[in-house]
Ligand binder design. Sequence first.
Ligand code: SF4
Ligand code: SF4
Length: 472
Amino acid sequence: MDFLIYPALAADLVALAACLYFTWESKKEQEERAVKNGLILSGLCVLLGIGLFIPVIGTAVKLIFILAFGFGLSLLIPAIPNARALKGAKGYRVGNPVRFDERDTVFARYRSLVPGSDLYKTYYSDLHPEKEKQDAKRREKGFIGKPGIIDNEYQPNVAMMHAAFDIPPYLGYYAFNDPEPDAPKANLTPEKAADIVKNFALHIGADLVGICKIDPDLVYSHRGETHYGKVEGWGKEIKDLPPYAVVFLTEMNHSHVISAPHTPTVAESAHLYARGAYIGTLLARWFAHMGYKGVAEHTRNYNIPLPPLAADAGLGEVGRQGYLVAPNMGARSRIFAVLTDMPLAVDSPISLGVEEFCKACKKCADSCPSKSIPQGEKTVCNGFSKWKLDEDACYDFWSKVGTDCSICMAICPFSRPDTLLHKIVRKFVAKSRVAQIVFPHVDNFLYGKKWRPKHTASWLNYRKELDKNEIY
Ligand code: SF4
Ligand code: SF4
C-alpha cells in the first residue's frame, strides 16, 4: 500500500486545511465548543499525517483515509427531492383542511378582547371558555411583560424596539388599496410584471422575493384583530382576497440574533417589522397606481399566516420551530406579503432538505426554555401535517424575559452566517441523502445542542461581560 502514501498525505493536508478553516469560522461565530472540536480535529490530522510515515501504524492510517474517502463518495449519492416540500403547503395536506381562525391567535386575543367588552363575552362564553383563565393571567402581566426586563430594561435597546413598533400603525391605514381611479390597468405580461415587482421589492429593501397564487385553505377564516378600533370587523369571514401574493423576506442581522433572548434580538425584529411594513405599503400602493388592488400584509393587517405562504412562493421550507427556513439566511428572517389581482408569473416551491434534517436535529426543541417545540413526529393540525408549536407556552416565556426570545431562530444550523463553510454544508443537505442523515448528528456533536447567548456588537451591548454559566 506504499503507493497510497502521497494521495493519503494530500487528503490529510486538505482535511487539515478544512479543520483549520472550520476552527477560524467558528471562532468568528463565537461557537466555543466548535472551536475546541476544530482544534482537536486539526491535531488529529497532524497526528495522522505523521502516522503515515511510521511503518507499524502507516497501514492503519491509510485504511482510515480509504474509509474517509468512501464516506466522501457516499455524500455524492443524490437525495430524492422532498416531493411534499416541492408542492409547498399543499404537500402537507392530510384530509380536509380547516382554515385557522385569526381570533384564536394569541396576539388577537390579547389585543382585541378587552375585559368587559362584547367581544370578550362572545369569545370566552361562546367560543373558547377554556382559554379565559390563562389569558387573564397574561393580560395582568402585559403581553411581553416588562419590555427588556431580562436586561434590566436597558433603555437604548428597548427604545429601538418601541421606535420601530411605532411605525407600522401609521402605515396600516394604507394596507388595503383599490386601484387608483385615474390609473389604467397596466398592460404587462405576467412575466414582465413579476420581474418588475420583484426587482422593485429588492431595490426598496427586501432580501428575498417570491410569488405564488393564494391557497384559499391557508387564509384565516375570521378576522380577529380590531386595529384602529374596527370592532365591527371582528368575527367576519375573510374572503374575496386578490388571488396573487408577492411574498418577501427581510433578513435579521446575525449579530443581533445571537444575543437571543436578550434585547438586541427584539430590537432587530421590531426594526424589520417596520421595514417590512414600509416595503409592503409601497408595493401595495404601486399596484394601486398600476390599476390593480394591493393589500399589504404586515403587523397591522394579516389575512393569512405567512410561513406556509412563503413556502408556496418558493422561499424555503417550514422547520420544526415553525419558522420559514430560507436559503442563505435560514430562520433569520421576517416574512411579509402583498396581495394583488395583477396577473403575475408564479414561482415553484423548493426543497432544501429541511424536513429530513429537522427529524434528527431537534436543537430548537432541546433549547426552547418553555418546551413549546415538539420533540416527536409531525401531527395533523387543521388538516395539515406539521410540528405544532405550543404558542401559549412560547408567549408566556416572552412575557418572562420581555423580548420575543428567538432562541429557536438563533440556534438553528440553517441560520448561521452565509459563509463559504455554511454554503457548502447547506448545498450537501439539499442534495445528498447521506448528508441529510449524518450531518444533523455531526452538527450536534461539533456545536452542541444547548443554546448560550453570544456577544453582540458593542453599540448594542447591554452588559459588559457574558456569564459563561448562563443558560439564556
Ligand atoms: S434547529 Fe434543527 S430541528 Fe429546529 S428547525 Fe432548525 S434544523 Fe430543524
Ligand atoms: S421563541 Fe423561545 S420560547 Fe418560543 S418557541 Fe422559540 S425558543 Fe421556545
